[in-house]
Write a protein that binds this ligand. Structure first.
Ligand code: 6PG
Length: 476
């Protein structure tokens, strides 16, 4: 039997779908799973594609089935299991072979793994794969980090399986070592912010306007035909129209309001904070998931504090208010994406990756969870101004911010007055208002710092005075 082009370890849902996608695109693939039964079951279920699949029951057999230099995708639970799997695999590999971690790894682990293999002749790729099960099976967005040489070895296979946007494959080599996993992490951070802002708008429609799930679904359906067109808006419409088979009520009304999180949103926020780059939309979204998970505590607090004593949302012109909500969501989204791209620009400098911003936007246009029309606009904005300090100062997005920030202001105000929480939308407004203001208020913070701690300050006139004449304070 001819040798496989590539190998894959881990036949869970994502691994199995990715393997079938690889096989379907005409690439021979060797597969291995910790349990032999799963490998056998997978080969059987592959049906017509089983000709392209070499099911292997031992690691030796698996490695021998792949053409050197061997690219081997590891698609298992992120964290220690990846280190353990790599250690098991390593003794069977030879110079030039490439271990590819396709899970949602922390990019710092990826950097460590990459470095650990440096002198062994083996190499490592950290590969972000987005799009869930469906994407893995029919076309994910793929973010690759590793050496350019190792990318060349896998480029053909990955290009064949990636999602396509107008025939352009949504896969790219983004830089050395942790670049791919870092970009995937920020993708997920943006995904968190996107989802949170959708949830906040849903809350205004449900609790402020007292609309039913079905009615809210119709609103999202309309928005999905406009500038908010995206996968997340599309699935929001869909889930709002689904009935619970047990009670017949809308399923969303039967789902507990406690959100899970596996870590990528939190990592995005941590890395942004570490670099001193604001990512308030992502932070608000992570915090909102954390508050959501305190269900019992929130219920107890509602008994003590009650809901805010406010007048119900006063909406005289519903059509105008819905238009404001649509524009506010777009404005909030711009804030979150601008921050996400700014964090990537910071990391690019910090880790020497030279991340290509237009390419990142380009490979997010299809296949991934945040795919949207909007990303095509970001692609074009960064293509025209690749060195822009921030997405919101590119001509197209500056125009969009000016057009929609009034709606964001009205929606955030209405929500605040109506006692409805909109932390992510409010964070976008705060970000715009702070970022666009040449003279802020940190002068008072500097004065305070100097007063109590003699920390010094710079002067607006550039004069060489670094401490204030505080009298009894420490300065002067
Ligand atoms: C994707 C998703 C995927 C996964 C998230 C969910 O890009 O395909 O982001 O990676 O669904 O890890 O993350 P949480 O469980 O943290 O919401």
């Amino acid at each position: 039997m001819a040798q496989a082009e590539i190998g894959l370890i881990g036949l869970g849902v994502m691994g199995a779908n990715l393997a079938l996608n690889i096989a379907e695109k005409g690439n021979k693939i060797a597969v291995f799973n910790r349990t032999v039964e799963r490998t056998r079951e997978f080969v059987q279920e592959a049906g017509a594609l089983s000709d392209q699949v070499i099911g292997c029951e031992t690691i030796e057999e698996f490695v021998a089935a792949i053409r050197p230099p061997r690219p081997i995708i590891i698609m298992i639970k992120a964290g220690d299991p990846v280190d353990q799997q790599m250690a098991l695999l390593k003794p069977y590999l030879s110079a030039g072979d490439i271990m590819i971690d396709a899970g949602n790894a922390n990019f710092r682990d990826t950097m460590r793994r990459f470095d650990a293999l440096k002198d062994s002749g083996l190499t490592f790729i950290g590969m972000g794969v987005s799009g869930g099960e469906e994407g893995a099976r029919h076309g994910p967005s793929i973010m690759v980090g590793g050496t350019e040489e190792s990318w060349k070895r896998v480029e053909k296979v990955l290009t064949s399986i990636a999602a396509k946007y107008n025939d352009e494959p949504c896969v790219a080599w983004l830089g050395e070592n942790g670049a791919g996993h870092f970009v995937k992490t920020i993708h997920n951070g943006i995904e968190y912010a996107d989802m949170q802002m959708i949830a906040e708008i849903y809350g205004i429609l449900r609790d402020g306007l007292k609309m039913s799930a079905d009615e809210i679904g119709q609103v999202f359906g309309t928005w999905n035909k406009g500038r908010l067109e995206s996968y997340l808006i599309e699935i929001t419409e869909k889930v709002l129209h689904v009935a619970d088979p047990i009670t017949g009520k809308p399923i969303v009304d039967m789902i507990l309001d406690k959100a899970g999180q596996k870590g990528t949103g939190k990592w995005s926020a941590i890395e942004a904070q570490t670099m001193g780059i604001p990512a308030t939309g992502i932070e608000a979204a992570v915090a909102a998931r954390s508050i959501s998970s305190m269900k019992e505590e929130r219920e107890a607090a509602e008994k003590v504090l009650g809901l805010p004593a406010v007048a119900p949302l006063a909406v005289t012109d519903k059509a105008a208010f819905l238009k404001d909500l649509e524009d506010a969501l777009l404005a909030g989204k711009i804030g979150a994406y601008a921050q996400g791209f700014a964090v990537m620009a910071g990391a690019s400098k910090e880790f020497g990756w030279n991340l290509p911003m237009p390419t990142i936007a380009r490979i997010w246009r299809a296949g991934c969870i945040i795919r949207s029309q909007f990303l095509d606009e970001i692609t074009s904005a960064f293509t025209k101004a690749p060195d822009a300090a921030n997405l919101i100062v590119t001509p197209a997005f500056a125009g969009l911010v000016k057009e929609t920030d009034g709606a964001l202001r009205r929606v955030v105000s209405a929500a605040a007055l109506g006692g409805l929480p909109v932390p992510a939308l409010a964070s976008a407004l705060g970000y715009f208002d702070s970022y666009r203001r040449g003279r802020g208020t940190a002068n008072i913070i500097q004065a305070q710092r100097d007063f109590f701690g003699a920390h010094g300050f710079d002067r607006v006139d550039g004069a060489d005075s670094h401490h204030g004449p505080w009298g009894s304070g420490l300065g002067g």
